[in-house]
Design a binder for this molecule. Structure first.
Ligand code: NIG
Ligand code: FE
Length: 416
């Protein structure tokens, strides 16, 4: 049966071209006041001014839900490491005592310290844990989340992780987009030989993941002490040859060349971008690579430096925002906090930040043609917030104002 969501004070549709938003287009929210959205069979039938939507022939047959508040496309969180067995509280204590990312790694913490528990965890338990986490995302208005592997770092554990993501997708209404991040760090068995490990990933893990269609994307952490720009480019090209789309963790801790390597390999997004310079920004723009910024991780790490969103937008690079939810550098699943953080720390406007968290997030997952905006024919993925004005979503921070989440046309979470 169709559902008519009505009484919406402000609807931001972000409807527009079938392409990522760049430059001034990032500020085009498609704001409609006193709006309604009509959905059926998981898709949007009509959206816009209430009176116009009511003229749709199915509006009379629809179940009516009076929502009030602000309605957005559901958040599309294009970068998470949501599969991890245990929080990293030892790292946290070290960090609060003043240790840096590199110092924590040198002391045996960091990414590698997550692999022990992940390798031991049965797939079923991993899937159940991820599905339980997915509910937290839904409660905050996120309707799609990318999920990376990368804490297994062996054929068996990486396949198990991605199969757990597939299993979890059947247990939750949150849409999960799997990414292979076997090239996250060099596991201890390889004694620091990054090339030998990458050869193993390329020969053993990538083909199996591609054959079993376990991931839509491949990602790599390009940073000193992890993988070089040359390795990044070759690896991502090998992944692309197997039909996987690509992403890169780049310029997070230093300016190292990962963004340009990713752009040269045709990466859909280059993520973090804290230390990008003009030539990196130009490479992204020219290659059509989206910059996925993760400012909640900067916030959590207590960094003074944030990614240069203003320069990226001025140069015409489409910017997306994501949580980077992970046990080491960002234990936060709330996209509304990311939006607030991007406004206060990256000087993004609320309009740009909400665009980056919805439609551009969808494009960072190569699914902007079906999700991330509110227009006829798009997936009926919606988030409703208790607010009179959409800017309140960037203004009040720390909590979630989400009152109801709709996925594929079904109410999947509602505040009592
Ligand atoms: O995006 N930089 C690499 N990966 C994650 C950190 C993961 C972790 O510390 O467990 C990131 O920040
Ligand atoms: Fe990350």
């Amino acid at each position: 049966m169709p559902i008519l969501f009505t009484g919406i004070k402000q609807l931001l549709t972000f409807a527009g071209d079938n392409a990522p938003r760049a430059g001034a287009a990032m500020r085009e929210t498609g704001l409609v006041k006193n709006a309604a959205v009509l959905v059926d069979n998981g898709l949007i039938l009509a959206a816009g001014p209430r009176a116009a939507v009511l003229r749709h022939r199915l509006a009379k047959k629809a179940k009516v839900v009076e929502t009030g508040g602000v309605c957005l496309p559901g958040f599309v969180d294009s970068h998470t490491h949501a599969v991890f067995a245990e929080p990293r509280l030892k790292d946290f204590s070290m960090r609060t005592a003043g240790a840096s990312y590199q110092e924590i790694k040198a002391a045996g913490g960091g990414i590698i310290s997550s692999i022990g528990a992940v390798r031991k965890q049965p797939q079923k338990a991993m899937a159940a844990q991820l599905a339980a986490r997915a509910e937290k995302f839904l409660r905050c208005g996120t309707t799609t989340a990318e999920v990376k592997s990368g804490y297994g770092l062996s054929l068996e554990a990486e396949l198990k992780t991605l199969r757990a993501v597939r299993e979890a997708a059947k247990l939750t209404r949150l849409e999960l987009v799997p990414t292979l991040l076997a090239a996250h760090s060099v596991p201890p068995e390889f004694n620091g030989d990054a090339q030998k490990y990458l050869d193993y990933v390329t020969a053993e893990i990538l083909p199996k993941v591609a054959a079993e269609k376990l991931a839509r994307f491949t990602d790599v952490f390009c940073e000193k002490g992890y993988f070089t720009p040359e390795q990044t480019k070759d690896y991502l090209k090998a992944a692309a040859r197997l039909g996987l789309k690509t992403k890169v963790h780049s310029e997070q801790l230093s300016n190292y060349g990962g963004t340009r390597a990713g752009a040269a390999a045709g990466a859909v997004s280059a993520d973090h971008a804290d230390h990008v310079y003009a030539e990196d920004i130009a490479a992204m723009r020219d290659a059509g690579t989206i910059a996925a910024l993760l400012p909640a991780s900067n916030f959590y790490l207590g960094l003074a430096k944030y990614p240069p969103a203003r320069e990226l937008i001025a140069e015409g690079v489409p910017v997306a925002l994501a949580t980077d939810f992970n046990p080491g550098t960002c234990p936060c699943w709330n996209m509304q906090f990311v939006v607030a953080c991007a406004c206060t720390h990256c000087a993004m406007t609320p309009e740009e930040a909400l665009c980056a968290a919805t439609v551009n997030g969808a494009w960072a997952l190569s699914m902007g043609d079906r999700a991330g905006s509110v227009a006829p024919g798009m997936q009926a993925d919606l988030a409703f917030f208790e607010a009179d004005d959409y800017r309140e979503l960037a203004y009040y921070f720390g909590d979630s104002q989400c009152a109801m989440t709709v996925k594929h046309g079904r109410v999947v979470w509602q505040k009592r």
